[in-house]
Design a protein around this ligand. Structure first.
Ligand code: RIB
Ligand code: CA
Length: 312
């Protein structure tokens, strides 16, 4: 399991929230940036703050990011995540102050030295629409040098008939995803082609009891809500996908996955909006590592092994 420092860019969102909880068991999280996605950016930032407070990680700063995609109007997913973004859970954390459309070097506080500096880059994990990352690549000449790896939950392996054709993160902001594939280096893509193979049985939610303390109580309430609304997404009516936790597993336990390297572009318009394609030969793009397979049993064992951190 990698021990490098990490930065999370996310749109909590219930599966983002669990991804943050799991990441906190082994990745020294330097910061979290929020993006508009499942709910508006004010709420995604507040929800990230809430989860970090529940984890007693008050020292990890949260930065509100882009409040809308680069080009398209915002799309949200309250039907899966509830109006608050955390299902029935009402955050006690205050709203996070700060600009809604940032430039990384100001609001992200990317340090000139130490973890996250160009000299000691860290892992970037993105589990929402990729608007913040695209803004970084488009506005900061050395943005890519801050990251030893960029892992994104986005899209589906080209050519694979994914149950959900247009994955939410890439559909919301296909232009941003295309910028990341064009400008990013050492980018890893975890798509719903693997996330929807690594389903969690609904009965697993019952494991989250008071034994896991207040984070257990939070996750039990939020995941029961999310599981009931996303059950069947991966083809099993008694199980549900936790897409963003899969992206964190790709950083903490990459051996659970098989990977293929290919240059990627994104369909930005029309009926195929959000589809990932192999870049045409006449375009020069860096190779992207995209997950092709996952050890689903190993992934489920990974989650509960990491959750032991919180078990009383
Ligand atoms: O399509 C799944 C993705 O969209 C996940 O990141 C989920 O949180 C939503 O943002
Ligand atoms: Ca998400």
């Amino acid at each position: 399991m990698t021990e490098s420092a990490a930065w999370l860019d996310m749109d909590p969102g219930i599966d983002d929230a669990w991804a943050l909880v799991v990441a906190a068991t082994g990745l020294p999280i330097v910061g979290v940036s929020a993006v508009a996605g499942n709910v508006g950016v004010r709420r995604t930032a507040q929800n990230a703050r809430e989860v970090l407070n529940l984890l007693d990680r008050g020292s990890v700063r949260v930065y509100p990011g882009a409040d809308r995609p680069l080009i398209y109007a915002p799309l949200t997913a309250e039907s899966f995540h509830g109006d608050s973004g955390l299902g029935p859970w009402t955050p006690e954390a205050p709203e996070v102050p700060g600009d809604a459309v940032p430039v990384w070097s100001h609001w992200a506080g990317l340090p000139p030295t130490g973890p996250g500096s160009a000299e000691t880059p860290m892992d970037l994990i993105a589990t929402g629409p990729l608007t913040n990352l695209a803004l970084g690549y488009l506005t900061l000449a050395d943005f890519g040098r801050h990251w030893s790896s960029v892992t994104v939950m986005c899209g589906a392996l080209p050519g694979v008939r994914a149950e959900k054709h247009d994955e939410f993160n890439v559909y919301v902001d296909p232009h941003a995803a295309d910028v990341v594939f064009q400008r990013g280096h050492n980018v890893r893509v975890v798509g719903i082609n693997v996330a929807h193979k690594a389903l969690l049985p609904l009965s697993d939610v019952d494991r989250l009891s008071d034994d896991y303390g207040r984070i257990g109580r939070f996750l039990a309430a939020a995941l029961r809500f999310y599981g009931e609304r996303s059950r069947g997404e991966g083809g099993d009516p008694n199980a549900f996908p936790v897409d963003d936790v899969v992206a964190v597993a790709a950083v903490m336990a990459p051996s659970l996955f098989e990977w293929a390297e290919m240059p990627l572009t994104v369909v930005r318009e029309g009926p195929m909006r959000g589809a990932l394609l192999i870049t045409p030969k006449d375009e020069d793009r860096p190779l992207v590592n995209i997950a092709t397979e996952i050890d689903a049993d190993g992934f489920r064992d990974f989650i509960w092994e990491r959750m032991k951190t919180y078990h009383g």
